[in-house]
Design a protein around this ligand. Structure first.
Ligand code: 0X9
Ligand code: ZN
Length: 401
């Protein structure tokens, strides 16, 4: 199969036109026979299409410039991919046509912020926004607070903090942010005496604004932020840049081109600094969820080590509740400690929040389990939003207040 790929590439180059393999976007399947190859792959500059790298095989996204990065790996050709730069053109539509558009379509950076601004301007009593920082390329980072406009004197509200789009290509997490916002607002307005009386929901809809913009304009499969690392490589994996467990070689990479590049130091990136400082500014952090895709998993600390967290029983109990709630919409979710059921990941957001605030802090991998991966079809947005809301409410009910 390897010979087939090369001859196809050469033939395409020779032919000049219609050179799909040489100039287009493709998927190849890389053999991963041993741990050393697994490590070499995760440390490499290749963009993996799988969330979970494991022994056996791994699908890799190969852009026009990427073929040489495969040198030293055994692989076979697995088919063409759409040119990611065409996405906006293919999926172009007018924002705001119908109220429920966000249930049916993915929104780009400006549309997501417009959605949140719309909620805020229509409901100034319940919704407040705060700029929490600025991305490396100068985009404002926003957090939105949803809560009742009253506070019991001397008793600060407990904040549930959620964020989406820390990984740029995981678009469904942005759709979920909008749905948590809308559903919370509906709850606040319809049952103000009972719903979230002494709690706030803080949503950071786009934790990685530069990366997210880039997925709409240049590369649908971009994951990291857009820091220029020098030497032609870009991006730090923001979910390897937090301080807890930062630097672990098992769960992150020191190679600047790697998809899991951890950065030069813990909190080297303005985006993670913003989340850190924002959480520190809250009177009382009560719970945290970092939304990702894909794999349908509810993950809890620690991710940087297989050592069990002191609150294992709590994490497991709440995790099981969320698992049941989220599995009621036609897809099965599983829960467990990240380093046990997924893989070791060092320097993650929820390890950090748990280590700082000692509260339930989860990472949820939304749909699907790999059939469509990051490009979850728009007709699954609604069900994924519904199941995320169901899981969120379970944790909200347990949040100290
Ligand atoms: O690798 C990651 O950052 C997450 N998976 S993803 O495919 N969306 O990139 C998993 C992170 C899990 N984090 C923690 N359990 N802390
Ligand atoms: Zn992710």
């Amino acid at each position: 199969m390897r010979a087939f790929v090369f001859s196809l590439a050469l033939a395409s180059l020779a032919a000049g036109a219609g050179a799909q393999v040489a100039t287009g976007w493709n998927k190849v399947r890389v053999d991963v026979p041993d741990a050393a190859t697994l490590r070499r792959l995760s440390d490499s500059d290749l963009n993996t299409a799988d969330c979970i790298l494991h022994l056996g095989q791994a699908d890799v996204i190969v852009g026009p410039q990427d073929w040489s990065k495969l040198s030293g790996f055994r692989y076979s050709y697995a088919g063409p991919l759409e040119d990611p730069r065409d996405w906006q053109q293919r999926h172009g539509w007018d924002f705001g046509v119908a109220v429920d558009d966000y249930r049916l379509h993915y929104y780009n950076h400006d549309q997501i912020l417009a959605f949140f601004e719309n909620l805020r301007l229509q409901n100034p009593k319940f919704v407040v926004r705060k700029q929490i920082g600025t991305s490396i390329n100068g985009q404002a980072m926003w957090a939105y607070r949803f809560g009742l406009p009253v506070e019991i004197p001397g008793k600060p509200k407990t904040s549930f903090v959620v964020h989406g789009l820390i990984h740029a290509r995981e678009w469904i997490s942005g759709s979920v942010m909008m749905h948590l916002a809308k559903s919370t607002l509906d709850g606040l307005k319809s049952s103000p005496m009972t719903f979230m009386v002494n709690q706030n929901l803080w949503i950071i809809p786009i934790t990685n604004p530069d990366g997210y913009k880039y997925t709409w304009t240049n590369d649908r499969y971009w994951r990291k932020n857009r820091r220029n690392n020098g030497g032609g490589t870009f991006g730090v994996d923001l979910n390897r840049n937090y301080a807890k467990g930062w630097g672990g070689n098992d769960g992150s990479s020191g190679n600047k081109g790697s998809e899991t590049y951890r950065g030069t130091a813990a909190f080297s990136e303005p985006e993670t600094q913003a989340v850190r400082d924002f959480a520190a500014s809250l009177p009382k952090v009560g719970a945290f969820i970092d939304f990702h895709s894909f794999s349908q998993l509810i993950l809890w600390p620690w991710s940087y080590t297989t050592t069990r967290p002191a609150d294992q029983t709590m994490f497991n109990n709440y995790g099981l509740e969320m698992e049941t709630a989220m599995s009621a919409f036609g897809r099965n979710y599983d829960q467990g400690q990240c380093s046990w059921i997924l893989y070791t990941a060092s320097g993650t957001s929820n390890d950090y929040i748990y280590s700082q605030y000692n509260v339930p802090a989860y990472a949820i991998e939304l749909r699907d389990t790999g059939q469509f991966g990051f490009e979850l079809p728009e007709d699954q947005i609604q069900a994924t939003q519904d199941e995320a809301w169901a899981g969120y409410v379970k944790l909200l009910n347990h949040m100290a207040h």
